[in-house]
Design a protein. Structure first.
Length: 142
């Protein structure tokens, strides 16, 4: 039992139509018509975001907290000298739980008591409670 549809037998052997008014598209141009269609738009970006790793916030022990406080006090006392400082701090991720530890270096400007932040001369603002490590080179002589 053969179920063959002979509906198009009369045109199946005809040559492909070629327009006399328009040039024939290249294979690349034809493919380009469909490249904008992506059934899963944004899937690659979402997969990359899901695969991106974040760190957990570490809690400093008493010794580390005391060292950070000592450095902050030194900076406050010597703000006029604009000492060089290197700070490792935790930055929470905007899109998922966790974050990353970042390093910032520059000249100390001041401690903003209102926001409890360390401010550098380049405009960087680092919340004091996010500081994991801090080191001071000493006063900069100008």
């Amino acid at each position: 039992m053969e179920d063959v549809n002979h509906k198009y037998d009369d045109i199946i052997g005809l040559p492909h139509h070629v327009s006399e008014k328009r040039r024939q598209m290249t294979m690349l141009e034809r493919a380009g018509q469909f490249s904008a269609f992506e059934a899963l738009t944004g899937l690659d970006e979402r997969m990359d975001e899901t695969a991106r790793l974040t760190d957990s916030r570490l809690e400093p022990d008493d010794e580390r907290s005391a060292r950070i406080d000592t450095c902050l006090q030194y900076l406050a006392d010597n703000a006029a000298d604009k000492p060089e400082v290197r700070v490792v701090y935790y930055a929470a991720d905007q899109y998922k739980s966790g974050g990353a530890y970042l390093t910032c270096a520059g000249q100390f400007k001041r401690i903003d008591e209102y926001t409890a932040s360390l401010v550098l001369t380049d405009g960087s603002v680092i919340p004091i409670h996010d500081i994991w490590d801090i080191s001071v080179k000493g006063p900069v002589i100008t």
